[in-house]
Design a protein around this ligand. Structure first.
Ligand SMILES: C[S@@+](CC[C@H](N)C(=O)[O-])C[C@H]1O[C@@H](n2cnc3c(N)ncnc32)[C@H](O)[C@@H]1O
Length: 189
């Protein structure tokens, strides 16, 4: 599915959204294992790869071959070697079991065909102390972004999460447009 908010360029997008600042606010650090679920062409993947560095790992997962090819080219151009690009659905693609320090859902949960199944899959990939971050459009009308109808409210995400064995440990309004929900496994530390 293609939404109009993807029609603009990376620099236009960066003028409204700072991926490094967002990733820093998640506590992403050198050496961590980061899963970018629904990565598209890597708006968050590349900054994450640079942040975790050579001692860290990034897994970038999407179903869009064209976007993944663009991502591969960017990784190659920037000489980034810690990132695994994986073609597969968020619902069933396990990059690992219990390895992820952070599973990141960047403006994407509402796009998955089965968001609940995708969240359960996040739960499988998390390490004991791992965190799922759902960063997404607030459920409100706005000039940019997906139509109101398809957006998920924070309350809805928390409901889905609880069915996927995840509990919300914090939720905040990241800015006027986006919220950030922090989830961890009910069975985790
Ligand atoms: C709005 S984009 C967000 C991409 C990225 N996180 C970003 O911020 O640039 C949504 C992405 O989800 C991907 N997608 C949709 N359904 C998917 C699924 N079931 N499994 C994996 N990726 C999916 C699309 O191909 C698209 O690249």
């Amino acid at each position: 599915m293609h939404h109009h908010h993807f029609a603009y360029s990376e620099s236009e997008r960066r003028s409204r959204q700072d991926p490094e600042a967002i990733l820093n606010s998640l506590g992403l650090k050198p050496g961590m294992c980061f899963v970018d679920l629904g990565c598209n062409d890597g708006f968050f993947t590349l900054p994450a790869a640079k942040l975790v560095g050579s001692s860290g790992q990034v897994y970038a997962v999407d179903v869009d071959d064209t976007a993944l090819s663009r991502l591969e080219i960017k990784l190659k151009n920037e000489n980034i070697n810690n990132t695994h690009v994986i073609h597969g659905p968020a619902e069933t693609t396990d990059v690992c079991e219990g390895c992820a320090d952070i599973v990141f859902l960047g403006m994407v949960l509402h796009d998955f065909s089965d968001p609940l199944k995708a969240l359960s899959n996040c739960s499988t990939m998390l390490s004991d102390s791992g965190i799922v971050y759902d960063y997404d459009w607030k459920k409100q009308a706005s000039q940019f972004g997906p139509p109101y109808e398809i957006r998920f409210s924070k309350e809805y995400v928390k409901q889905l999460a609880s069915l996927a064995n995840l509990k919300a440990i914090s939720e905040l309004d990241y800015d006027d447009d986006f919220y950030l929900i922090k989830l961890r496994s009910i069975n985790g530390e």
